[in-house]
Design a protein around this ligand. Structure first.
Ligand SMILES: C[S@@+](CC[C@H](N)C(=O)[O-])C[C@H]1O[C@@H](n2cnc3c(N)ncnc32)[C@H](O)[C@@H]1O
Length: 252
């Protein structure tokens, strides 16, 4: 694998891809876990909490850092289910203003990402320094290392928003949201594993950043989107259907 290589497995269940990844690579700096949300697309599992906990435990065997995505009320229950190999690191929020609302009351505008890390796992807040801060650092005058904010604002990919990135996957995350997550825990050439990769946002970001990635998903249609996204022309021309996005994010 070259430093910027992206590998895409054939359709595999998450547990099988983790086993395969473990045999082939042993470990990685970062695992991205963005499963279905136990509502909307993907349906509801009675054993959702046990199921996700066992995925997190398996990922804990291979990844220094794990990012786990979901809605806040669901992710909150995992604060107490972090694998023994890892510790709570941060509660990250993706904030989007452009969610269409058809109900009275609060309009859903956020998703949560729980960042868990092995004790001592490296982080690179220096990747976020601006030019003035870099200059100060070079002069030895940077008094503290400022980190990026834990709330990341980026529009929901919907309708004509984010058209350049759109693949047609019903729950595609914006590249702008994954970019800081991956930059925080990897250097160029670092390895990221995404066993439920959907449309391949992790791969697209790793390619841009010069990180390596291993992507997997059980759905062959989504993997076709990944191949098109990573190998096809930069400009994708498939607008996501608003209804699909609403269903995927379990919006009314
Ligand atoms: C929320 S989507 C991921 C979206 C992705 N982060 C993106 O930006 O496109 C969840 C993905 O998990 C996949 N998935 C669900 N169950 C799976 C399983 N048992 N094994 C592997 N993948 C699975 C689905 O096919 C879906 O693409």
């Amino acid at each position: 694998m070259k430093s910027s290589d992206i590998a895409v497995y054939e359709p595999l269940d998450v547990f099988n891809s983790i086993e395969r990844f473990k045999k082939e690579y042993g470990r990685c700096e970062c695992a991205m876990l963005d499963p279905w949300y136990n509502k909307g697309f993907g349906g509801v599992r009675d054993d959702y909490y046990e199921y996700i906990t066992s995925i997190l435990e398996k990922l804990g065997e291979v990844a220094d850092h794990i990012y786990f995505w979901g809605f806040p009320e669901i992710v909150a229950r995992f604060i107490d289910r972090i694998p023994a190999s890892h510790k709570y690191n941060a509660w990250l929020t993706w904030y989007y203003k452009n969610n269409p609302s058809v109900i009275r009351g609060w309009r859903s505008a956020q998703m949560t990402c729980l960042h868990m890390s092995k004790p001592g796992a490296k982080m690179y807040p220096e990747h976020f320094l601006n030019e003035a801060q870099l200059a100060k650092q070079a002069e030895g005058k940077l008094r503290y290392m400022p980190g990026p904010p834990s709330v990341i604002e980026s529009a929901l990919i919907i309708g004509f928003v984010g058209k350049r990135e759109q693949t047609g996957h019903p729950s595609q995350k914006p590249e702008a949201v994954y970019k800081p997550l991956i930059e925080m825990v990897t250097k160029p050439g670092g390895l990221v594993f995404d066993p439920m990769c959907g449309s391949g946002t992790t791969g697209a970001v790793c390619r841009t950043l010069g990180r390596r990635a291993v992507l997997s998903d059980m759905n062959p249609e989504y993997l076709a989107m990944v191949h098109k996204r990573l190998n096809g022309p930069e400009q994708q021309d498939v607008p996501a259907d608003v209804g699909d996005v609403q269903q995927a994010l379990a919006l009314p």
